[in-house]
Design a protein around this ligand. Structure first.
Ligand code: TYD
Length: 160
């Protein structure tokens, strides 16, 4: 998907809590610590300090062929931090009302994605690696894989 154009994601002063969900306002960039050294740079991530959840799963996308798209789903509960460990790619986030495209290309910034957000990843550069820190183990029952079902679930949550 080409649209929308790339914009800068919000940057957090305070990390969003678990109840902050279903809005692009609660998704944004987390600057990770960087220890710069002539021998190479080092970045670390501590649960509860740099990501606002306990890390219960780590997965990564790699060997992504040119033109491929990943994601294409939302999650009821899952909270994630997405990092371009190597290379670059775009993350399109959609809360059912607004859609934004963010370009990730630094191994020391993460994009925090709160629950109830539709995400699509594309524009992967050659050799890129997408690291995801996740708040929950893999659970297919947490996925919303149909966009209209996702929007409907979001609207139901709004009126609760
Ligand atoms: P999916 O989450 O749809 O991939 P993406 O959103 O990155 O494009 O997962 C693709 C497949 O991998 C699907 O069959 C489920 C499986 N999978 C696991 O078994 N464990 C995991 O932690 C993840 C993220 C996916």
């Amino acid at each position: 998907m080409l649209l929308p154009p790339v914009t800068d994601p919000p940057r957090f002063d305070v990390l969003p809590g678990a109840d902050a969900r279903g809005s692009l306002e609660h998704c944004g960039v987390v600057e990770l610590p960087r220890v710069q050294d002539r021998r190479g740079n080092l970045t670390f991530v501590e649960a509860g300090r740099h990501v606002p959840f306990d890390i219960r799963r780590v997965y990564y996308l790699y060997d992504v062929p040119g033109g491929a798209e990943r994601g294409g789903h939302g999650h009821f509960k899952l909270r994630q931090l997405i990092v371009a460990m190597s290379g670059s790619f775009d993350v399109v986030l959609d809360d059912g009302r607004r859609r934004a495209r963010y370009h990730l290309n630094r191994s020391y910034t993460g994009l925090y994605v709160c629950p109830m957000i539709w995400r699509e990843l594309d524009n992967f550069s050659s050799g890129s690696v997408c690291l995801v820190l996740a708040s929950e183990p893999y659970d297919e029952a947490d996925y919303l894989r149909d966009y209209e079902t996702f929007r409907h679930a979001g609207r139901q949550a709004d009126t609760r």
